[in-house]
Design a protein around this ligand. Structure first.
Ligand SMILES: *Cc1c(COP(=O)(O)O)cnc(C)c1O
Length: 395
């Protein structure tokens, strides 16, 4: 099976793609994994080789067998034309945006999108003469009314990784297409296992590979995948900017991907178990998880997703900062930190209201984002229950 070329593996299930795509033991003396390739210089044997430029690899910056081993897997999973591994999730977003936009263009970004992407648009893109406007994540087909003649890109993140609004990707894609704009979707939450935006009409899909793909909190990486139509712009933008991901980092992304399906399944189950449990707790005002029937976008999630991720949010009843500190400071298992996707659980107080401009975040109470890791679920619940008791006592 491992010797089968990609072209003849059309009908493979996701689990089989994850374990077999992107490696060729016959090229590696029979060793299962594509090893870490480190290298800048690639040698040419003859003058003809140098002049023809037809070797598979010409120079290290363009990539090497280790980076390609990751790209092949994501291309298959997303149903993309091609994929590039890039240094971070944020780099994936900035490359995708720069691939679609030039001076004088207009950009629409979901109000729920990853904040550093907004900062890039408001700062860097503004300096380049590109305008950015924000839209209500639940706008759906109504985005057509926001389109200007020069709107050339729409950036969506579904669901938003702090507030978890699910976006109507087919509707956004149709409106973008009608206006000659491209739709970029950040698919980090669901991974391509549970959501495939290109099949719903998107043009470019980005991932913070740092999160679920890597799965162990030890590497930063991103991927950009695109349709055939959008690919040339993505590839040339990455090349011109000089972004490269090392073989060492690529190796760890590839290694993470091999176990992605069983990890996603475990994270999904545990997150849902804890989300349902939280819904029944006194101090909890709201649990925000698209796979729960109580979520306002549950129907949309059911239509467009086949599973859910490790990450969701909940709101605790209004209380002062000291109560938030009492909740998080003495946790035994949950830790506080940015990022997510590792084996370890995280619980982070967040304030989405600061960044939003199109659709204010108006929930009363304190919002927390939770990444459910691979610890025992009962231990995790006990940790949360103790925290909720401290929260209630100090409120
Ligand atoms: C973390 C994250 C990013 C950025 O990824 P980095 O690798 O940290 O740059 C982008 N989008 C989402 C949804 C994220 O959670």
């Amino acid at each position: 099976m491992t010797d089968t070329p990609a072209s003849s593996t059309g009908q493979m299930a996701i689990e089989t793609i994850l374990t077999h795509e992107g490696r060729s033991p016959e090229d590696q003396f029979g060793f299962v994994n594509t090893p870490v390739y480190r290298g800048s210089t690639v040698l040419f044997k003859t003058l003809s080789d140098l002049e023809d430029q037809t070797q598979r690899f010409l120079y290290g910056r363009a990539g090497n067998p280790t980076t390609e081993s990751v790209e092949a897997v994501i291309t298959r999973l997303e149903g993309a034309h091609a994929t590039k591994l890039v240094p971070s999730g944020l780099a994936a977003i900035t490359i995708a945006l720069l691939a679609c936009l030039k001076s004088g263009d207009d950009l629409l970004i979901s109000d729920s999108a990853y904040e550093p992407g907004r900062v890039f648009a408001d700062g860097f893109l503004t300096r380049m003469g590109i305008t950015t406007r924000y839209f209500d994540p639940r706008i759906g087909a109504g985005i057509a009314e926001l389109m200007l003649p020069n709107t050339r890109a729409v950036l969506a993140e579904s669901p938003g990784s702090l507030t978890f609004e699910v976006q109507d990707i087919p509707a956004l894609a149709a409106a973008a297409k009608a206006n000659g704009a491209r739709l970029i979707v950040d698919n980090s939450w669901a991974s391509p296992l549970y959501h495939q935006p290109l099949k719903l009409g998107a043009d470019i899909v980005v991932h913070a590979a740092t999160k679920m793909f890597v799965g162990h909190s030890d590497v930063l990486a991103g991927t950009v995948s695109a349709t055939e139509e959008a690919w040339a712009d993505v590839a040339s933008t990455r090349t011109l900017l000089g972004f490269f991901t090392s073989g060492d980092d690529a190796y760890l992304v590839a290694r993470g991907l091999r176990t992605l399906s069983i990890r996603m399944e475990a994270h999904q189950q545990r997150a849902l178990d804890i989300a349902r449990w939280l819904e029944a707790q006194d101090e909890v005002a709201e649990v925000i998880h698209p796979a729960l029937p109580s979520h306002p976008d549950h129907a949309l999630w059911k239509r467009d997703f086949t599973g859910s991720g490790s990450l969701f949010a909940f709101v605790l009843k209004p209380a002062p900062r000291a109560s938030v500190a009492a909740f998080v400071d003495q946790m035994q298992i949950f830790s506080m930190g940015y990022s997510w996707g590792g084996y370890e659980s995280l619980c982070l107080p967040v304030k989405p209201g600061k960044a939003r401009s199109a659709k204010p975040w108006s929930h009363e109470g304190n919002l927390f984002r939770i990444h459910v890791g691979l610890e025992d679920v009962d231990d995790l619940k006990r940790d949360l229950a103790d925290g909720l008791e401290r929260y209630a006592r100090s409120r």
